[in-house]
Structure formats: C-alpha cells, structure tokens
Design a protein around this ligand. Structure first.
Ligand SMILES: *Cc1c(COP(=O)(O)O)cnc(C)c1O
Length: 385
C-alpha cells in the first residue's frame, strides 16, 4: 500500500512548454524561480532554463541564487532578497558570480565597502531596484541622480540591470496606475543610462509581459506563468498567454473508507452530519501538509477523474471526502488528487478560490511536501528554548 502521506509530482515538460510559450512573446526573459521555484524545486527549474537558452534568472535569497549556479545555470542570476550585504554575502556573490539586488543606500555602501575590504579586482554585478509604486523596496525616483553619482564613483560595483515591480498589472481596470509605474521607471532609466548606457531594464512580471506594458527591450520577469497559471484569470484579458500547462500535481492515498449512517457525523466539531446513507473516505492530507483548514463549501478533490466533495473539518493530517456518488466505490490505498490529476482535476485557481487565496500560495504551500529539499528560501534562525 502507498505510504499514508501526500505526494507532489512536478511535470517538468509542462514547465519547459510554459517557458517556450513565454519566450515567444518577444521579450528577453528573467524567469523568477524564487521561493524554491514557487514550491516546484529550484534546481530542476534552473537546469531547464539553461537548456532553453535563457540568459537571466531571478532567485530569492543569495543562497538560492548560489544553488541556481550550482545547478549549472550559466547566465546572470539576480538575488531579489538581499539585506545590506555583509562580507560573507559578497564573498559568495563573487565566488558564484551572482547579482545582488540593491535597494537602498545602506546596500550600496555595504557592498562597495565589502568589495574594498576583500581587495576584489573584478567588479561585482548588481541590480538596482527602483520603487515605482509597489512601496516595498527600492530607490525613489528623486534619489536616482545620487545613485548614479555614487555608482559612477564606485568602480567596485557594476550595475547591469535596473529593476522595479508592478503592483496591479494583473488588473486591467488599474492600467492607469501601471502606466504611471512605467513612466517613473523609464525616467529613472534615462538618468542611469547617462552613466551606464548598456544597463538592461527589467520591469514586467507575468502580467506586465502579457499586457505588453513595457518597452520592447524590457527583460521581463515572469513567475506564475512558468508554473502554468494566468495572472489575468477571471479578468476580461484572461487567456492572452496562449496555452499554459499546470506543472504541479498533488495526491494522497485514501486511508479509510466506510459508510456514514443517517444522523452520524464526521470529524472535529461535527460540522458535517449525514442526512442520508453516505459512503465517506479519509484522505492522508491535512493542514500540516499545507492543505488549508477552512476551505469554502463546495471544495472538491478528485478520484479517477471524478470530483468528490470535501466534508467536515480538515484535520492535521487527514481530510474527509464524500464518496457516495462515485460509480465504483474506492478502497483504502486508492489515489485522491487534491490538485491536478487525470480527468476533471482541481486547478490551482479553483483551490485558491476555495481557500481565499491565489495560485501562488497554493503551490508554495503544497510544494513544501516535495521530498527532495531545496536551498533555504528564507534565512531562519532557530534556537532551543
Ligand atoms: C515574484 C516576483 C516576480 C514574478 O511575478 P509573477 O506575478 O509571478 O509573474 C517578478 N518580480 C519580482 C520582483 C518578484 O518578486
């Protein structure tokens, strides 16, 4: 019998198909494989990008960027999640030829000084982040003159790309805000290009790429579409990306199948009571596995391509489904798909709807169950109590 735990399957051919589909949009790409490739596994993702001839990639932490290099990716690797880099960070970035994203003055000063202390001869490639309206990281437009002056005087640092991030490109009703972000971005570019004429620009996320809001030479940074999901889903611009194929599939075995008589209940809180004779089963996945505890009514899983409703309360490692309407009753050990699978499987968009979130969070949560573990997606300090 199958191990009573959930199983994540990553279809790398679908990932490759999505990369190729996005390459055909006509922009150079810097695919975003941060957070362990949105839960799919950064190492394999990096290898496929390399095979596809992609020249840039975006990671989260510097450690993750290093893992992408170790996976054999030969292009530029931008680390989106950098603090003011310390000596060890700069040493790692130099050794692996990584490109930290610098988003404030402290970061500029810290990396310049670390380079000096280390007596580095080759300059460190950096990405310069501009805040154009996300209000998260980056230099304000009015500080870009000073940034350009600082960098002109810092031969240790070589800015190879200017980056900013769009806040509402996935909402066609907010296109005026997106245009304003583009306007601020390219005004910053004009200033930096006076000193660094060959610096690249990178503004568009998946939605920006699909909506065509950036200049033709923009190095677009698609994330979610690589994994098969359209950020414009549910808007009037849905489907512009062409055929994207979902990459992640998650299943778990049934561990118990039994009748539930009229008036009986299942699970904690007795939130489901049978009003007729039912056949129910418990699936080996729960909130400890990232399957959210409070899905909306109507949430389903699928068995042999047919949907079965989730009933009762999701437990830590088990969830109950109503099997009554299946043509043939399943048995313990049979596979239940919580995401994807053959036939009428559940999509990440649907699951996200039932969970009150977005497909990004669905794949990040469920992807944690992958058996081969990737590099740290966050720096976490652990201490004993
Ligand atoms: C995550 C991220 C992206 C990718 O966004 P998608 O909506 O997944 O395409 C691009 N740029 C930055 C800075 C990000 O953090």
């Amino acid at each position: 019998m199958t191990e009573p735990s959930c199983h994540v399957r990553i279809n790398w051919e679908h990932f490759r198909h999505n990369v190729v589909t996005l390459m055909q949009k006509g922009h150079d790409l810097m695919p975003v494989i941060k957070a362990d490739a949105y839960g799919h596994g950064v190492t394999r993702a990096a290898k496929i990008l390399e095979e596809c001839g992609i020249a840039w990639a975006a990671a989260g932490t510097l450690e993750e960027a290093a893992a992408i290099r170790d996976a054999g990716f030969s292009g530029n690797i931008v680390s989106l999640l950098c603090l003011a880099p310390g000596d060890d960070d700069i040493r790692l970035a130099r050794e692996k030829n990584l490109t930290p994203l610098i988003h404030n003055r402290e970061g500029l000063v810290a990396s310049k000084e670390a380079m000096r202390r280390q007596g580095a001869v080759t300059p460190l490639t950096i990405a310069v982040k501009v805040n154009t309206g996300m209000g998260r990281l980056g230099f304000a437009l009015e500080d870009i003159e000073k940034v350009a002056a600082f960098l002109a005087d810092a031969p240790e640092l070589s800015p190879i790309v200017q980056v900013s991030h769009l806040a509402v490109a996935d909402d066609p009703a907010e296109s005026a805000y997106t245009s304003r972000q583009c306007d601020i971005f390219y005004r910053a570019t004009d200033i930096l290009h006076r000193v660094f004429p060959s610096m690249r620009c990178s503004l568009g996320n998946t939605a920006g790429l699909l909506e065509g809001v950036t200049h033709d030479d923009d190095l677009c940074r698609p994330g979610i579409a690589l994994y098969g999901y359209d950020p414009l889903y549910g808007t009037e611009h849905e489907g512009h990306c062409g055929s994207l194929l979902p990459v992640m599939e998650v299943s778990a075995p049934l561990i118990s199948v039994h009748p539930l008589h009229k008036g009986e209940s299942v699970g904690y809180g007795r939130t489901y009571k049978a009003d007729s004779e039912r056949l129910v089963g418990w699936v080996a996945i729960g909130y400890a596995d990232g399957y959210r505890r409070n899905p909306a009514p109507g949430t389903c899983m699928s068995i042999n391509g047919t949907r079965v409703p989730v009933i009762g309360r999701v437990a830590m490692q088990m969830t109950c489904v109503d099997l009554t309407d299946l043509p043939t009753p399943p048995v313990p050990g049979d596979t239940v798909y919580v995401l994807g699978g053959p036939g009428n499987g559940v999509s990440a968009q649907e699951l996200a709807g039932w969970w009150g979130t977005i497909p990004y969070e669905v794949t990040c949560l469920l992807g944690k169950n992958r058996t081969e573990s990737g590099p740290p997606v966050k720096r976490v300090a652990c201490s004993a109590l």
